[in-house]
Design a protein around this ligand. Sequence first.
Ligand SMILES: NC(=O)c1ccc[n+]([C@@H]2O[C@H](COP(=O)([O-])OP(=O)(O)OC[C@H]3O[C@@H](n4cnc5c(N)ncnc54)[C@H](O)[C@@H]3O)[C@@H](O)[C@H]2O)c1
Length: 369
Amino acid sequence: MKPLGLGIIGYGGFGEFTAQAYATMPQVRIAAITDVAAARREEAAARFDATSYADIDQLLADLEVDLVTIATPPWLHVPQALKAIQAGKHVFLEKPLATTLTDADTLVAAAREHGVQIQVDYVLRYVPLYVTLQKLVHSKLLGEVTYIRLENTASNEALHPQHWFWDRSRSGGIFIEHGVHFFDLCNQLVASKPVLVSGNAHTGSDGRQDRVMSSVSYSSGALAHFYHAFDRLAILEKTVLRVVMERGTATAYGWIPDRMEIEGTLASSDYPALEKLLQTKLTIQTIPAPEGITGATAGQLVQATLTRPDRTGDYANAIRAGMSDLVHSIQEPDYTPGVTLQDAYESFRLAFLSQQSIEQGRSQSYEQP
Ligand SMILES: NC(=O)c1ccc[n+]([C@@H]2O[C@H](COP(=O)([O-])OP(=O)(O)OC[C@H]3O[C@@H](n4cnc5c(N)ncnc54)[C@H](O)[C@@H]3O)[C@@H](O)[C@H]2O)c1
């Protein structure tokens, strides 16, 4: 099949990383590029043998362009996506979907009205260790999810005080600009709707809101806690996602994880199923009954550690998998992609309400009254 013509809107840091990933895909051909920075768009056009346009309207008028990626800063996503939709182009939209709930509602309605496909680039849905985690949770081999804890302590070294990231009117704030990835992942893990959302934040003396946390209760009974901080050196960056289930725990390390530890207890007849799912041998330990705890029993604890050798490769592959899914949805409109527009809307809503809770100083109900 002829590759679809891809128009790139925004060729900054992430636009460049993603363009390199798309350039290796047989399903798409980079046909056109626009960026307000002339040097950037010219460099990209030469690199990918594409047409350079000074503005989005010219790019959208190009008949070679079937779909666009939007990798501009967050506040531009909705106005640019609306233009693309009206021009009949499908959209691969960088997160976040929007910066306000009203904008998100407008975009979802416009996509449905114009019959074009929009997919949000939630790479974490396609990262191998998180894919395994989703399978583990949904297999229920270790029971239902009871608690999720995300701790993401990141660097602010590349984020100078005037960067759009800190301006909540342009980025939406940390939950919307960045936390959406993890809200989406956890929504998928818990597979039930959030009920109540409660946020808190630290704001520095220069006005930068650099640490945020949100507690979420889900209708399944699961509780979740999300902490993001952009306040430290890059060499200290750490992301740990702990998923506690009724009979075990999985802990993934790294924003694009390169290690995941699993431990739990289950019927020995289920060991083969768990080994098959994890694609590794289990370590099995017999643990004596803890002393002094009335009624405590001995049991077998199973453990496994999974590792990935190439985090950047996993990241680029996840971007390609998302794009591939979008192309599939364009070619077969009945196909359900890994990330639906409804999924993107739900995680955006959770991010938005977490931020709103900080601003209003009180918990927010997830459902509209
Ligand atoms: N999915 C992911 O894993 C992931 C990772 C990083 C960033 N992102 C998202 O990608 C987007 C871009 O982030 P970034 O770090 O590359 O930002 P950036 O500031 O480095 O790049 C933005 C680019 O957009 C260009 N631009 C600004 N206004 C424009 C306009 N009106 N028309 C065309 N181009 C315009 C800028 O010149 C710049 O080159 C953000 O929404 C961010 O959240 C996603």
